[in-house]
Design a protein around this ligand. Structure first.
Ligand SMILES: Nc1ncnc2c1ncn2[C@@H]1O[C@H](COP(=O)(O)OP(=O)(O)OP(=O)(O)O)[C@@H](O)[C@H]1O
Length: 313
């Protein structure tokens, strides 16, 4: 196991836990997605693992060693893409990436080759020799990713690597993330892009107010929500309110779009009902699709909010 985190707790301010009793593991070859609202504690967790922030209690084992006691070891065992943009004023992406590769102990020729390979894979060779101040936000973010990937440690920590990046290069970046894992690295990706996480990660940890509220593969998490399918209806604005059949889960409405959870065994009934509504002119169009990780996430975090509200009441 490359990383084992046990009962990790961090209190920046007395009585306010940014991380609260967090436990999980990441193996070599695995990509773990770290999800959670703003302020849920993701960056705090990543920074503790990288030896940048001291835990209040709990333990971290990184490649069998303790990053808290051995911060120099943590810096060599982890390569990190921080959430903030890398300071690139006065340097080109090529200079920044090659410099990082050399600082991390890579041989000059190997670092050059790997830098070139990453730029080509991310289709950013045209920007490789531009001065930092002329780079777009997306190219800056990709440069930060390359700095983490050029001479990677056994654990690669990527904090929101696809922010500002265009959809095509996001896919290219996720392919590079997978390549890092295939080469034997353990990878943790902090992201708010649930669709990307669904396709790109092996397992997911969802944090809410510093605590782990879900941990598993995207498929395992999807099973946790009622209704394995979603019926999306575009409702005719003139139509009276829909009366959903007994098999339907609770409706969620947004403007003229209504989403209804459907148990998989009622697929035929759902399609029949929706087709009938369309024939009657009550809905303009419909689609039946699998539950997504985003559905699960929204439901999980809403449940947590409700629980907190109940406790407070
Ligand atoms: N240095 C600090 N001192 C005091 N409180 C902090 C510090 N860093 C973070 N916090 C608090 O800890 C909590 C968790 O913050 P953290 O940055 O880890 O969340 P996050 O999940 O990464 O959020 P985001 O998605 O917005 O990046 C927040 O309440 C934040 O205000």
């Amino acid at each position: 196991m490359v990383l084992r985190v046990e009962s990790l707790t961090k209190e920046y301010l007395k009585g306010r836990k940014a991380n609260d009793d967090i436990s999980f593991e990441v193996a070599a070859g695995e990509v773990l997605g770290l999800l959670g609202h703003n302020g849920a504690g993701k960056t705090t967790l990543v920074n503790q693992v990288a030896g940048l922030v001291r835990p209040t209690s709990g333990s971290i084992s990184l490649a069998g060693r303790d990053p808290v006691r051995e911060p120099a070891f943590a810096r060599s065992a982890c390569s990190i893409q921080p959430q903030a943009h890398a300071p690139l004023n006065g340097v080109t992406p090529r200079q920044a990436v090659e410099m990082l590769g050399r600082i991390r102990g890579g041989r000059r020729d190997q670092v050059r080759r790997r830098t070139e390979e990453l730029f080509a894979a991310l289709e950013m060779t045209d920007s490789a020799d531009l001065p930092g101040q002329r780079l777009s936000g997306g190219i800056r973010r990709l440069t930060s990713f390359c700095m983490a990937a050029v001479e990677p440690g056994s654990l690669v920590l990527l904090d929101e690597p696809t922010n500002d990046v265009d959809p095509v290069r996001r896919r290219l970046l996720w392919a590079e993330v997978r390549r890092l894992a295939d080469d034997g690295r353990a990878v943790i990706v902090v992201t708010h892009s649930l669709g990307e996480a669904e396709r790109g990660v092996d397992r997911v940890v969802v944090l809410d107010e510093g605590r782990v509220v879900a941990l598993g593969t995207p498929t395992e998490l999807r099973r946790a929500v009622p209704g394995e399918l979603r019926l999306e209806l575009t409702v005719n604005p003139q139509a009276p309110a829909l009366v959903a059949p007994a098999w339907a889960g609770p409706q969620a409405t947004n403007g003229n779009r209504t989403s209804i959870p459907v148990p998989a065994e009622y697929t035929q009934e759902a399609v029949g009902w929706a087709a009938q509504l369309r024939t009657e002119g009550l809905v303009d169009e419909f689609a039946l699709s699998p539950v997504t990780l985003e559905d699960v996430y929204i439901q999980l975090t809403a449940e947590q909010k409700e629980e907190r509200h109940d406790v407070a009441a």
